[in-house]
Design a protein around this ligand. Structure first.
Ligand code: IPM
Ligand code: MG
Length: 354
């Protein structure tokens, strides 16, 4: 097949890890006789430096015209001045919003080779396989903010409409239906009105359209505890934008490193966006030691969800497992494996693919 893929390396370690994902995609293309055309575009801090805009129009246009977008990370201390007119993160939020990517899917899988790398007990982690659906274009991230005239009081609004809740719940429910049939919805319905709407809407959608599923509700504070005390009790989780952001970083301790976790952001139609869940890690940027596997696994999700290449996606995931089984580790995973840099890790995945 022919596919056009936009690469948005962004800031910090972004360029280093996206380079490895590209390598892997090129290897997939040549092994399976596909033609992937890559276009690299600016986003985030580097886009602010070069154009003044964290999401330049030409980046957005290229994304809209593509089959899939692969993003590294945005942000860094250079652009963190609270008085700055715009921030790198605004570019990421804008591309999510402009592409209509309301569903952020974060698989949290404890890979066999890394069971010992988690700070949690192996018995607790072994067998963890969670699929988290985070609503991505609504909630407090997009509810707008206001400030009093003297700037001493500021408010961000958490908003959800019934329609926004319905569409993410439907997607998560379909995910649950294709797996264990269990869906956990996370909210703060004991305090927030918006969470009570979330809960009511979720109840209705599941009752009317997915009566075969078992739905449970968890309050977000309790869920934060359950995720690390009994993670194996959960299969598919659905939650709002902010809770999903927080819980997915927490869940990353299960697979052993934040550097391992991929994500897929999908809309009703159009290209998906694929990015690791970690940030730009400015402290290690440019040193060639970042873990590229979260981005490589994100590229696998792009193959599966946007390009319809499920077998190729499986092959990339198997190659990652093979490399980890072989004992290679980047510096973020301190479990006594053989330590390699970013490029060597990417090369090893390409080698395992062959
Ligand atoms: C994530 C990140 C982003 C978010 C930041 C960089 C804006 O933390 O993708 O989880 O909060 O969504
Ligand atoms: Mg986050």
């Amino acid at each position: 097949m022919n596919a056009s893929i936009v690469l948005l390396p962004g800031d910090g370690i972004g360029p280093e890890i996206v380079r490895e994902a590209r390598k892997v995609l090129e290897a997939v293309a040549s092994a399976h006789r596909h033609t992937f055309e890559f276009t690299e575009k600016l986003i985030g801090g580097i886009a602010i430096d070069e154009t003044g805009d964290p999401l330049p129009q030409s980046t957005l246009d290229a994304c809209l015209a593509s089959d899939a977008v692969i993003l590294g990370a945005v942000g860094g201390p250079k652009w963190s001045d609270p008085a700055a007119k715009t921030r790198p993160e605004a570019g990421l939020l804008a591309v999510r919003r402009r592409l209509g990517l309301f569903a952020n899917i974060r698989p949290i899988v404890a890979r066999n080779a890394l069971i010992g790398a988690s700070p949690l007990k192996a018995s607790l982690v072994d067998g963890v396989d969670i699929l988290m659906y985070r609503e991505l274009t609504g909630g407090i991230y997009f509810g707008g903010s206001t400030a009093s005239d003297d700037g001493t009081t500021v408010a961000d609004s958490m908003r959800y409409s019934v329609g926004e809740i319905e569409r993410i719940v439907r997607l998560a429910a379909e995910g649950a239906r294709s797996r264990s049939g269990r869906l956990t919805s996370v909210d703060k319905a004991n305090v927030l009105a918006v969470s009570r709407l979330w809960r009511k809407t979720t109840e209705r959608v599941v009752q009317d359209e997915f009566p075969d599923l078992t739905l449970e509700h968890q309050l977000v504070d309790a869920m934060a505890m359950h995720l690390v005390t009994r993670p194996k009790d959960f299969d598919v989780i659905v939650t709002g934008n902010l809770f999903g952001d927080i819980l997915s970083d927490e869940a990353s301790v299960l697979p052993g490193s934040l550097g391992m976790l991929p994500s897929a952001s999908l809309g009703a139609s159009g290209p998906g966006l694929y990015e690791p869940i970690h940030g730009s890690a400015p402290d290690i940027a440019g040193r060639g030691i970042a873990n590229p596997l979260g981005t490589i696994l994100s590229a696998a999700l792009a193959l599966r969800h946007s390009l319809g290449l499920a077998a190729e996606a499986d092959a990339v995931e198997d190659a990652v497992d093979a490399v980890l089984d072989g004992g290679l580790r980047t510096a973020d995973i301190a479990d006594g494996g053989r330590s390699v840099g970013t490029a060597d890790m990417g090369d090893a995945v390409v080698e395992a693919l062959r």
